[in-house]
Design a protein around this ligand. Structure first.
Ligand code: BJW
Ligand code: ZN
Length: 243
């Protein structure tokens, strides 16, 4: 493992366009539940009851209860050494871009700035009537929060199943993936599209792709590096002894 980490670090040192694609696993060590797996959110909650536009249309109060519970939980946790290591990588690599599927805001809190949040952000809300997007960090939004501008019902500014990603944001993520020389794929099960295909874009653009995950994923077979273990332990090692 240490050898693999050292050779990936050597590859990173040679690159000036590096991308990282993160998923829920990077925040697991901060105490944020992942979606899939034994401890995952979708084990106790059905995604179709909570994370689809149909669920919100049917029962907005239930969906808000779920998001308030997550707001409350995430408001009490903070970033971990893996988030910090990506901030460090942004500082040392000239063209570093972080693409995250996470909506928890922990990359921003840690200090990442060149960041593309492809599934939105839990701390933003969007009016279902006038579409205004606002930042609101209240841990409890109530179950029928209203827009201050028009009185419309607010919804979380996140991307649910069956919804399209913001086309500009998706384009930015695709362009970054196609152009990078190295992509680190950290803590994602690589099953949700179109996010998962970004690693394929990187690979077919000639990038070295590296997966950091507790376990294998459907994308492991085409990875140049697979590092099995905790993101909070492996990612910081990639930025150690850089000079
Ligand atoms: C660790 C660790 C540690 C743990 N260290 N590692 C093509 C084919 C098939 C289906 C589709 C397709 N195109 C579109 C679809 C449908 C759907 C989809 O992909 N379904 C699949 C599940 C089959 N996609 C969509 O609907 C997308 N929209 C779209 O494509 O629009 C166009 C369209 C419209 C209409 C019809 C068809 C197409 C939108 C997807 C939006 C996903 N939204 C969510 C919720 C966000 C809001 C919220 O959080 O509430 O995003 S779902 C959830 O999954 C969340 C995540 O961002 C996303 C990915 O999950 P992630 O991050 O990978 O987490 P996990 O839990 O799955 O994995 C964690 C990993 O970490 C594991 O591997 C662990 O081992 C690892 N781990 N601890 C390192 N310490
Ligand atoms: Zn409004």
């Amino acid at each position: 493992m240490e050898e693999k980490i050292a050779s990936l670090r050597d590859v990173l040192k040679e690159a000036d366009r590096v991308a990282a694609l993160t998923g829920a696993g990077i925040s697991a060590e901060s105490g944020v539940p992942t979606f899939r797996g034994d401890e995952g959110l979708w084990r106790n909650y059905r995604a179709t009851d909570l994370a689809t536009p149909q669920a919100f249309a049917r029962d907005p109060e239930l969906v808000w209860e779920f998001y308030n519970w997550r707001r409350e939980l995430i408001s009490k946790v903070t970033y971990n050494p893996a988030h910090r290591a990506l901030v460090e990588l942004e500082r040392i690599v000239p063209g570093f871009t972080l693409i995250t599927q996470n909506v928890d805001g922990l990359h921003l809190l840690a200090g990442s700035r060149n960041l593309i949040e492809i599934h939105g952000n839990l701390w933003k809300v969007r009016c279902t009537k006038c579409r205004e997007i606002t930042l609101d960090r209240s841990p409890d939004m109530g179950t029928s929060p209203e827009c201050k501008l028009c009185g419309g019902l607010l919804r979380p500014h996140v991307v649910w199943f069956g919804e399209s990603l913001d086309p500009d944001i998706l384009q930015q993520a695709i362009a970054t993936s196609k152009a990078c020389q190295v992509m680190l794929v950290i803590g994602t099960s690589s099953v949700v599209q179109p996010a998962a295909s970004l690693a394929l874009e990187a690979k077919s653009g000639g990038a070295v792709v590296a997966e950091i995950n507790l376990e294998s994923t459907p994308h492991s077979p085409f990875m140049d590096f697979t590092l099995h273990g905790k993101a909070g332990e492996i990612v910081p090692k990639l930025v150690e002894n850089w000079a």
